[in-house]
Ligand binder design. Structure first.
Ligand code: SER
Length: 673
């Protein structure tokens, strides 16, 4: 079914700005606190790459581990759905109502109202305030949720209420976390009101506009559901969709949310936007208009394009948009020029865009610049590949060719897939994935070979680390082989997170052995001595760390925390540690930034660090439950790292630096010296 259809209802015409405000006013008048959108980069939640729903910032409240000083609230939340459980990337540009970035208007009840009031308020806003026609509204409920069904019966006839199963009516934010049955509201834009059977069929004429989720379970990582202690409401309305519905547009891109961006693209390209779904110009402009929002908002919130994780998602999106800009004839960076339109139209609602405009434009422009250097050659190469595929009477691009496009020309696989699809070809994705896997293993093996030339014995023993506070311990020998010795407890720190291992000595049976390396094997900590050890399992040993070396390492470790924070403050929140070395005589801190750090910036960074050292701040190491630790203002944790239930957080001056860290530190910043 084509997505360009004629549609018109008789409602008051509001601008998108007025629609957003009217939603917030409605809930504010009904006792809801209006809260700001959380950042689109969920700094405190390692289970998500991007904020994908309004409820993310309240996950702790739903789970019963966090509290707010209100039980009802509402907001407009910036969301990105490009990875994980909720991923709309493939549809974007080809249809008119999916986006990588969108605003979600939401209202929440934390153990306050439940189904009856939530549905009543949705109904009132849609039909009494906004006057949407009742015969176009369809409600869906979870197949066993008779309660919601009978509530909807007060408002709608049976043929406008539908039951669906888990796929459509049980909402979960990810593989784990708060969840529950939901009741969605769909809107029928068919001319003859024949949309009932089209609910949840993926057609643009009948679209979901609002979801009321009744959060009552927690999905645990092992897949089981547990009851929450209270029942909550989590709703989300697609802002761009409700704007289209109320502004009588069959496409979200025809609303005033997107038209200023499209106008800008039109004037930069000298081409006219074409609404037809199949139009190449239309697709290219829609992709650019959509993707620039994801790029600008995520970079403004501290993300940066890069080679893995969140950064690679952004890089893929940027390269996709950049390739479509080429379809419009752009040979120079152009996406960055669209940021200004977002600042002009959304900057007052999301002030971070205004604050970060310069940095956002510079990052996007630098990324475009670097991709454009290989884009032409990559497209040429793809042309050659296509010719040889056709010459051999095939329609499949080999995994090897796709891998070469990735490795040499920087083409993310979804970009190659897209080019192939446009030409009626497919990709041998299995072979591509196995080549990727081989490359990963090769580089992992190379890294391993570099850091670990010694073969470690597997030792069935476990060593307690007592070196947080003690530099010496009386221990029992659990294992001896050649120059390797394992004790039941040790103050020796194993190299971890960049912090180098402790050296020192172990005395056993009157003999002193110099310890020149420490490694972990399973739960055992293996000390490497400078000569073979003659003593036996069960003997008593005294292990003593070289305190001078440890002291210097600690000074450098605390200094890296100051450096990390100073870099963020001067260069921007996108700075993240991608590697580090903490040795007794030096420290190194690896991070990505889109340009060289200038001498003036370096000076500022040095000043900040030296001030913090001079100001003599206590350095606190706290062991906290992870949920509590995540809530510390500005805490740095590392995406993709697995943390246990308890974590160590190192804090230097409450208002300055807090960071998840398993290393050892000085007790006062002035010790760094
Ligand atoms: N969390 C639900 C959704 O994203 C309702 O906000 O659809």
């Amino acid at each position: 079914m084509s997505s360009i259809f004629s549609y018109s209802i008789n409602v008051m015409q509001l601008t998108s700005r007025e629609i957003r405000q009217s939603f917030l006013d409605f809930f504010s008048q009904r006792g809801h606190r209006i809260v700001p959108s959380a950042p689109v980069v969920p700094h405190g939640d390692a289970t998500l790459l991007f904020t994908n729903a309004g409820m993310n910032q309240f996950k702790d409240v739903f789970l019963g581990v966090g509290k707010r000083d209100f039980t009802r609230c509402a907001d407009t939340q910036k969301c990105i759905r490009v990875s994980g459980k909720h991923n709309d990337l493939e549809e974007v540009g080809y249809d008119t109502y999916h986006h990588t970035f969108f605003e979600m208007l939401g209202n929440w009840s934390f153990g306050d109202y439940y189904k009856t009031e939530a549905i009543a308020m949705s109904w009132e806003l849609l039909t009494k305030v906004w006057n949407l026609p009742i015969d176009r509204i369809h409600a869906t409920v979870f197949r066993t949720d008779d309660e919601s069904y009978s509530i909807w019966r007060h408002y709608l006839p049976d043929h406008q209420i539908h039951r669906f199963d888990e796929k459509d009516n049980f909402w979960e934010m990810g593989e784990s976390g708060p969840c529950g049955p939901c009741s969605e509201i769909h809107f029928d834009r068919t001319p003859d009101l024949s949309g009932g059977p089209l609910v949840n069929k993926g057609v643009p004429e009948v679209i979901e506009i609002w979801n009321n989720v009744f959060i009552q379970y927690n999905r645990k990582p092992d897949g089981t559901l547990e009851d929450l202690t209270a029942k909550h409401v989590d709703t989300g309305m697609g802002f761009e969709r409700i704007c289209a519905v109320m502004q009588n547009k069959s496409s979200n891109y025809d609303t005033d949310v997107f038209s200023p961006i499209l106008k800008n693209i039109e004037s930069l390209s000298g081409k006219k936007y074409e609404t037809e779904l199949e139009s190449k110009t239309g697709i290219a402009m829609r992709v650019m208009a959509d993707h620039i929002r994801t790029l600008a908002f995520s970079i403004a919130d501290g993300a940066i394009p890069g080679n893995d994780g969140r950064g690679y998602v952004l890089r893929r999106i940027l390269r996709r948009a950049s390739r479509y800009s080429r379809n419009l004839g752009f040979h120079e960076p152009v996406l960055w020029k669209l940021v200004q339109t977002l600042v002009d139209t959304m900057g007052d609602i999301f002030p971070e865009l205004v604050e970060q405009q310069v940095i956002v434009e510079r990052i996007i422009r630098a990324e475009e610049d670097s991709f454009l250097q290989t884009l032409d050659r990559g497209l040429e190469r793809f042309g050659d590949i296509e010719r040889s595929v056709r010459a051999s009477d095939s329609t499949t691009v080999s995994g090897e060719d796709s891998f070469q496009l990735y490795d040499t020309f920087g083409f993310p696989i979804d970009l190659t897939e897209l080019l192939a699809r446009e030409r009626g070809l497919t990709i041998d994705i299995e072979r591509f994935n196995s080549l990727m896997q081989e490359q990963k293993l090769r580089s992992r093996a190379a890294r391993k070979a570099h850091i670990q030339q010694v073969e470690l014995p597997s030792v069935d023993a476990s060593t307690e680390f007592v070196g947080w506070n003690d530099l010496s311990s009386e221990s029992t020998v659990l294992f001896v082989k050649d120059n390797q010795i394992v004790l039941d407890r040790t103050p020796f720190y194993v190299e971890m997170g960049g912090q180098q291992a402790d050296f020192g000595e172990i005395t056993v049976g009157g003999n002193r052995y110099g310890i020149i390396d420490v490694r972990k094997s399973g739960d055992a900590i293996i000390h490497f001595a400078d000569s073979d050890i003659e003593h036996l399992v069960g003997d008593t040993a005294v292990a003593t760390v070289d305190s001078r070396r440890r002291w210097d390492i600690q000074r450098n470790h605390s200094a890296t925390h100051l450096l990390h924070e100073a870099l963020r403050r001067v260069l921007g929140n996108h700075v993240q540690q991608s590697g580090s070395l903490v040795a007794p005589d030096a420290l190194r801190f690896d991070f990505s930034h889109f340009q060289k750090v200038s001498p003036a910036e370096l000076l500022e960074i040095e000043h900040i660090i030296n001030d913090k050292i001079r100001e003599r701040f206590p350095v606190l190491t706290l062991e906290l439950p992870i949920e509590e630790a995540r809530k510390i203002q500005g805490v740095k944790m590392f995406f993709g790292d697995k943390y246990g239930d308890k974590v160590r957080v190192v804090i230097i001056d409450e208002k300055f630096s807090a960071e998840f860290c398993g290393g050892t530190h000085v007790s006062n910043s002035s010790d760094i010296g």
